[in-house]
Design a protein around this ligand. Structure first.
Ligand code: C5P
Length: 402
């Protein structure tokens, strides 16, 4: 139930606009209040009168309507809502939103809002697949805009493919997930997260390690568990507390980490955030290696560690439905991330610059780029907790649509 929740529904100009009328009915059925803005294009497909009749409220259309401004300023209109929904979100509306244009009431309300925004794209398949729309979609996602659909199917223009607006029930479910704080969209799914560094022993007292703190990986496990996923966290040695509701498997080495991942059952989601050591000492000494009195140093022969992400991404029956890797780089972050996504066979890559001057390694903040099959999203700088929450939300959206 959405009792008392206020939705500002922006109806763009597409044939799918008729479905938005049904959405209004469904939202009212859940006891939400709905206020509508119709764009000029939207008014070609549905009338303000039908939207007003179904919403039981005034419908807004013009930016410079003095009567409306006196009653309810356009800023107030967007601030008054708990959620803004754009359905159908046309290619043009998405482009305007991505670029911050505000040349009519709908786009002004979208730019002026401080509330969450959900879009339900609908357009011709070629428009949806056009590089410009891909870029705009990635920008919008990077800005935190939630996306539902589009679905694949026959289109009004006679073509077939992705571009049909999500059905009103699907949009309603996305609205409910966005508005209900207790929503647990990942319940019923199992998630595996690797986190922290690994320690590769040289002898009983020495080891090879790296600067990973485990903060980002642990935050991701916490965020996935919060959204209802049954979460197993396989962690190398860290000082982070185990997040509530998360099952922990503590390991030291890369080989142990792989074993723990393989032994923890089947997963729907795998997020490999651990900074796994690439090499281990080929034959570690059972005794402490003594310092030589002649001044010479021992030679360490290294051998490659198993690649956990690569192994989890392998295409077999037990592959998680969504495998996400990390790319921590100190230069050419995006190029390396693209290459890594292909080489490892994972679905998404979270890339970040870990040059010492960024302070990311061990710090509380992160600036990441999310590379998916759809494109590249540049997320603004935010805390590692916020990166985790947003990634978990993106994962939830992925499973809601998939
Ligand atoms: O191979 P590279 O370290 O560049 O790739 C980083 C990604 O691969 C991270 O997601 C990391 O968790 C994962 N990885 C792994 N096992 C390894 C090395 C990296 O799972 N042995």
């Amino acid at each position: 139930m959405l009792t008392g929740k206020r939705v500002l529904l922006i109806i763009g100009g597409g044939i799918a606009a008729y479905k938005s009328l049904d959405l209004i009915r469904k939202l009212r059925g859940q006891a939400a209040s709905v206020r509508c803005i119709l764009t000029a294009g939207g008014r070609q497909f549905v009338t303000p009168l039908s939207a007003a009749s179904l919403s039981g409220d005034k419908v807004y259309t013009e930016l410079f309507d003095l009567t409306d401004e006196a009653e309810m300023g356009h800023i107030q209109l967007s601030r008054d809502a708990d959620l803004l929904v754009v359905a159908p979100a046309t290619a043009d509306l998405m482009a305007k939103m991505a670029h911050g244009l505000a040349d009519d009431l709908a786009t002004t309300a979208l730019l002026a809002t401080d509330k969450p925004v959900l879009i339900a794209p609908a357009m011709n398949v070629r428009m949806w697949q056009h590089a410009a729309t891909r870029r705009n979609l990635a920008t919008l996602r990077g800005d935190g805009v939630m996306v539902i659909g589009p679905n694949e199917g026959d289109m009004a223009c006679g073509e077939y493919g992705p571009g049909r607006m999500a059905e009103p029930e699907e949009i309603l479910a996305a609205i409910t997930a966005a508005l209900a704080p207790t929503a647990r969209p990942l319940s019923g799914l199992r998630a595996l997260v690797t986190s922290g560094p690994t320690h590769e022993p040289i002898d009983p007292v020495r080891y090879i390690a790296n600067r990973s703190s485990g903060k980002q990986g642990h935050a991701i496990a916490a965020a996935l568990a919060m959204l209802g996923a049954e979460t197993v966290l396989v962690s190398g040695p860290v000082h982070e507390a185990t997040p509530p509701g998360v099952a922990i498997r503590k390991v030291e080495t890369a080989c142990e980490m792989l074993e723990a991942c393989k032994g923890a059952g089947r997963f729907d989601i795998a997020v490999c955030a651990a900074a796994v050591a690439d090499w281990r000492v080929e034959s570690q000494s059972g005794r402490k290696i003594k310092k030589r009195h002649d001044g010479g140093a021992p030679k360490l022969v290294l051998t490659e560690n198993p690649d956990i992400l690569l192994s989890l991404s392998q295409n077999n029956a037990s592959r998680p439905r969504l495998v996400i890797g990390f790319a921590a780089e100190t230069n050419d972050v995006i190029t390396h991330a693209r290459e890594k996504r292909t080489r490892k066979g994972c679905d998404w890559i979270v890339a970040n610059d870990v040059s010492p001057e960024t302070g990311i390694m061990g710090g509380d903040f992160n600036t990441v780029h999310l590379l998916t099959g759809e494109g590249l999203e540049n997320w603004p700088p935010m805390s590692k907790t916020d990166v985790a929450a947003r990634l978990a939300q993106r994962i939830a959206e992925h499973f809601a649509v998939g």
